[in-house]
Design a protein around this ligand. Structure first.
Ligand SMILES: Nc1nc2c(c(=O)[nH]1)N(C=O)[C@@H](CNc1ccc(C(=O)N[C@@H](CCC(=O)O)C(=O)O)cc1)CN2
Ligand SMILES: Nc1ncnc2c1ncn2[C@@H]1O[C@H](COP(=O)(O)OP(=O)(O)OP(=O)(O)O)[C@@H](O)[C@H]1O
Length: 185
């Protein structure tokens, strides 16, 4: 067993060494998700604006806009909370102090009702769907209050057959993993 922090560092190093692997596999997974009925039926979709060493979410955002869906992106708040705000084709994002692109905070626009949540992560376990994020517990806190469908895009480089880090009681696992084998529930 490793600590969560050790696995995060291992994964970050692996991703830095293989940036192309993530990109290519990510494109295939995005296409797979776009063809899925759960995506097609979702009207309100919460996801993230991807960073360099993450699966590219921009094709998903573009496709959602084109299909007339509503897109929501998170903004980091104090106390490790996330606020999800609408992201439209005309909107501008702001660069946060952690280098993430986030929508401006307009309190009356904060949304908590979604049909589908695409969860980010740096490692996922095939059998249990256990997820390791960037560390902060933002998504564990947010998902604890959500009933929407949760999915994650999991290229082979992010996938573990079994967990090499301890599962904690607050860890919330995405319901579906989009993998190169298909979408696994
Ligand atoms: N693209 C993308 N956006 C995302 C996430 C993500 O994983 N990917 N998040 C997924 O959760 C949330 C942001 N996650 C974050 C996770 C850690 C830190 C962080 O550790 N920041 C400081 C330490 C802060 C502190 O100690 O108080 C640091 O890195 O030094 C910041 C944001 C929301 N937006
Ligand atoms: N529902 C919760 N309520 C309060 N604290 C929580 C909750 N979920 C997680 N935490 C706290 O958040 C911290 C970070 O959790 P963890 O290392 O699992 O983050 P992560 O899932 O990798 O990150 P993220 O969700 O931001 O991508 C833990 O120390 C934990 O105590």
């Amino acid at each position: 067993m490793f600590t969560k922090e050790q696995v995060r560092q291992q994964q970050q190093q692996l991703l830095r060494q293989n940036p192309q692997t993530l990109k290519k596999a990510g494109q295939t997974l995005a296409q797979e998700l776009l063809a899925d009925s759960r995506w097609q039926e979702a009207q309100r979709i919460a996801l993230t604006m991807s960073q360099t060493l993450e699966v590219d979410t921009r094709p998903l955002i573009q496709a959602a806009w084109q299909a007339g869906k509503e897109v929501f992106l998170p903004r980091v708040l104090p106390h490790r909370q996330l606020a999800f705000l609408p992201y439209t084709q005309q909107a501008c994002l702001e660069k946060s102090r952690w280098g993430l692109w986030e929508p401006p905070l307009e309190i009356d626009q904060v949304t908590t009702q979604f049909d589908l949540i695409i969860v980010p992560g740096i490692a996922f376990v095939r059998d249990s769907h256990l997820r390791l994020g960037f560390g902060g517990g933002y998504y564990d806190r947010f998902l604890a209050q959500q009933t929407a469908l949760t999915m994650a895009l999991v290229p082979p480089i992010l996938e573990f057959a079994t967990a090499t880090w301890p599962q904690e009681e607050f860890d919330i696992c995405p319901q579906f993993l989009v993998t190169s084998r298909g979408i696994e529930g």
